[in-house]
Design a binder for this molecule. Structure first.
Ligand SMILES: [Zn+2]
Length: 409
């Protein structure tokens, strides 16, 4: 998707005037038609030219380090599911591409030049169904199938003499060398480094068109890609509003690129072109929820701990459009408890959410805990005892279990 990496690119470019001039080439283009997007590589592709071979060679090292990173979520069922999805929407290179999930609570995905992709857990959290995720994966496949990395790299070299190929590869290899330490920042740096010479606005538009075509061919509604963008734009706005900042300030690169709204509009037009009238499309929501089930709580937990209440509230409420459950209600409460602003009644808001959460069979133990404590606070000891007993039954080994036992007598 390359959303946040555009931001990293901007921050890297501050102070690097000459490089900035060379790489900001974003001008409004006519929409790229999906019919014109044909894959430029076939199954089993290997580079034959020296510069690309060198890049692949470096990428093999980077991939080895990433594959060993302790930031990766290694749930075998989830990984098999994602690999299966790439198999469905990866076009002719479906069998050649690899996919990794990193536990990083941000919306991002990136394709590396040798055909492996990293998806951040924050992206998985935000997908409402399999069709949306298929759109992201197909977009990343589009970058690979259209050979974007090497095209952008060669383009950069023509315009700028700052980096020789050697320096560039050394830079990428150097950035990659820190990945295995399992440090969030280093992995983010790697994304920023790669984005320095990849994915101009034109190439993003190509990947969008190619991706929409791939998911339509696989039987998903192509409009889901536009929906994902719409969600992301609304989340940025919600986040900015709570922090009382303007979105532009945080997403400044969009000033020089067409606005995200125009990218979304292009995706809608593309989807209209690809949608077969009267066809029933499968969103694959049940399959998706099953696949991410084991890590959904962890992802929600990571999100609310970012203490970005506008974004977190938007994420929770968007997921709840498909139906509230105990987990979502609990984390709705956590958003306010963690912000804990007395003047805005945050604790009271949180308590209301916990009370709602425990009405669902899937409420996590912590929902019972906080609900019980809130009942005690209100002087409703008998009900509070019931709730806390439930908590202890669900989580007998909890660190605070002795304390809670003492409390309920
Ligand atoms: Zn992209």
């Amino acid at each position: 998707m390359c959303v946040r990496c555009e931001i990293s690119r901007r921050s890297l470019l501050v102070g690097g005037g000459a490089l900035a001039a060379a790489s900001i080439t974003g001008v409004a283009n006519a929409r790229i038609r999906p019919a014109d997007m044909v894959p430029l590589i076939g199954p089993g592709y290997r580079p034959t030219e020296q510069d690309e071979q060198g890049l692949w060679h470096q990428m093999e090292r980077v991939e080895e380090e990433i594959a060993g990173s302790n930031l990766l979520i290694k749930d075998p069922a989830l990984n098999a599911y994602l690999q299966g999805l790439i198999g469905k929407v990866g076009g002719p290179a479906a069998r050649d591409m690899r996919i990794y999930v990193a536990r990083i609570p941000q919306f991002n995905a990136m394709m590396f030049p040798s055909g492996f992709t990293i998806i951040f857990s924050g992206l998985l959290l935000r997908m409402r169904n399999e069709a949306q995720l298929a759109g992201v994966i197909a977009h990343e496949s589009g970058h690979f199938l259209r050979r974007h990395m090497i095209r952008q790299w060669r383009d950069m070299r023509r315009k700028s003499d700052i980096f020789s190929i050697g320096a560039m590869v050394a830079g990428v290899g150097g950035a990659g060398a820190g990945v295995y330490t399992g440090d969030f920042v280093r992995l983010a740096e790697l994304g920023g480094m790669l984005s320095l010479f990849q994915y101009s606005r034109t190439l993003e538009a190509e990947a969008d068109a190619m991706g929409a075509r791939l998911i339509a061919e696989a039987g998903y509604s192509p409009v889901e890609m536009a929906n994902t963008w719409q969600q992301l734009i609304a989340e940025m706005d919600a986040s900015a509003k709570y922090r009382r900042k303007r979105r532009e300030r945080d997403f400044g690169l969009f000033d020089t690129h067409p606005a995200p709204e125009s990218r979304m509009a292009d995706l809608r037009a593309t989807a209209a072109e690809l949608t077969a009238p009267g066809r029933a499309y499968d969103t694959g929501r049940a399959r998706y929820l099953e696949a991410i089930g084991p890590i959904r709580q962890m992802m929600l937990d990571d999100q609310v701990k970012l203490n970005d209440p506008g974004a977190s509230q938007y994420v929770v409420e968007t997921l709840a459009l498909d139906g509230w459950n105990g987990l979502l209600r609990f984390y709705e409460g956590e958003i306010w408890r963690l912000r804990n602003r007395d003047s805005e009644g945050d604790m009271r808001r949180a308590e209301q959410s916990y009370a709602l959460a425990v009405a669902y069979p899937d409420a996590p133990p912590e929902a019972w805990r906080w609900h019980g404590l809130s009942l005690f606070k209100q002087g409703r000891q008998p009900e509070g005892r019931v709730a806390l007993t439930r908590y202890l039954a669900m989580k007998p080994e909890a660190a605070d279990a002795p304390l809670i036992r003492q409390m309920i007598g």
